[in-house]
Design a binder for this molecule. Structure first.
Ligand SMILES: [Zn+2]
Length: 388
């Protein structure tokens, strides 16, 4: 058995240990400060004698330390120095304990069990066994979890040897182990068997922020951040709000209202623009149709693809002649007609545009062809005209 110092001395960042075995390129020690990967969270990292310790895993009570190589001088009987990556450990402790607080409140206040936990590198999730969790319930859960943090409740760990001793506690979850059991207690909040390192007090968890929730396999998956992660999230969002406040000449109290006013103005401008384009298209239709015989053909130098399509559609609504509009601004040709012409727009694009470096396609009555070269586009327009 490896003596798991991380369980009863979670703030120990450095110690010495004796190597007992080298197995599968991993170092086994008589004791360790490195918590292994377990229960939905990755292992601690750090250094063993200045060699990076990349991953720790537990097998039959032994902790295997995977390092970036094992120097020749390290073997059974050697004494080595262990150094913990404390920032990562404390991040894990904050978010792991935050999960205890959220899960404990879900269970004691609402009778909802946590069926899964994952501590990711960006956020943590827990799967609450409830199909529909209302916004009000989520909000209340978050509020109560933060009150538990601000109440500065001690987090204690008791070690018991037998299942009978463990079952004297009011545990949130059934036991999965029958000996060497560590029981974590947060009075009034949670009590459960758990072998990970924990902070000594809920206040060290820092703010708990639920960032979103979604339906997941008949449950509700809750995404949350604790401690420094919640602080970083607040900082980032505050920066975003500050930028938006400047953009909309606002403060956070009337930002949403100002964005709505801005959106309404933008919608009015869009409607006005649409109306003007429609009027201009009607004038263009009259002008071009009156001077056309076999087809309405015109080349613009400033129309976007979207506008080109808009004008072609509007003009074809006014005539039975085929309409062939092009724009050098986007090197695109739009072919369309009302259905009275024998021009097969899509086939023409496929047969004569795609073979000459053009791209596009469409139906018998509406097609578009995009070219990388203006002269090639103009040649295609000539071919289209000749095919009439
Ligand atoms: Zn725990």
């Amino acid at each position: 058995m490896t003596d798991k110092l991380f369980q009863n001395q979670p703030y120990l960042r450095e110690c010495t240990a004796e190597v007992t075995e080298i197995r599968d390129d991993c170092i086994i020690l008589n004791r360790t400060i490195f918590a292994p990967e377990a229960g939905g969270q990755s292992s601690d990292t750090g250094f063993i004698n200045d060699i990076p310790m990349l991953h720790a895993s537990e097998h039959d009570g032994l902790i295997l330390h995977k390092t970036a190589g094992i120097p020749a001088g390290i073997g059974p009987g050697s004494t080595v120095t262990l150094k913990l990556d404390w920032d990562l450990r404390f991040d894990h402790m904050q978010n792991h304990c935050g999960e205890h607080i959220l899960s404990g409140i879900l269970f004691t206040r609402y009778g909802v069990e946590n069926k899964g936990f994952h501590l990711g590198s960006e956020f943590s999730t827990l799967d609450a066994q409830i199909k529909n969790m209302s916004e009000e319930m989520l909000s209340e859960l978050e509020r109560e979890a933060n009150l538990a943090v601000f109440s500065s409740i001690p987090v204690s760990v008791d070690f018991v040897n037998t299942k009978e001793e463990a079952e004297k506690y009011t545990l949130r979850k059934p036991l999965k182990v029958s000996e060497n059991i560590s029981i974590v207690s947060i009075p009034g909040i949670d009590c459960v068997a758990c072998c990970c390192p924990h902070p000594d007090n809920t206040s060290r968890v820092g703010m708990i922020k639920i960032i979103r929730a979604e339906k997941y396999k008949g449950m509700t998956r809750i995404y949350f951040l604790c401690g420094m992660r919640a602080y970083e999230d607040y900082k980032n969002k505050h920066e975003i709000i500050t930028i938006l406040n400047k953009k909309y000449s606002s403060d956070e109290n009337n930002l949403i209202e100002n964005i709505k006013i801005h959106d309404n103005k933008a919608n009015s401008v869009r409607q006005e623009l649409y109306s003007m384009k429609s009027r201009f298209a009607a004038i263009e239709a009259e002008r071009l149709i009156s001077s056309s015989e076999k087809a309405v053909i015109f080349e613009y130098d400033d129309l976007s693809l979207e506008d080109l399509k808009f004008y072609a559609k509007k003009i074809s609504e006014q005539t039975e002649l085929p309409v062939i509009l092009s724009s050098t601004a986007c090197n695109t040709v739009i072919l369309t007609h009302s259905g009275k012409s024998r021009l097969e727009c899509g086939r023409l694009v496929k047969d004569f545009a795609c073979g000459f470096g053009g791209k596009g396609g469409g139906s018998n009555t509406l097609a578009q062809a995009l070219f990388s070269d203006t002269e090639v586009m103009r040649n295609f327009v000539k071919i289209a005209f000749m095919s009439l």
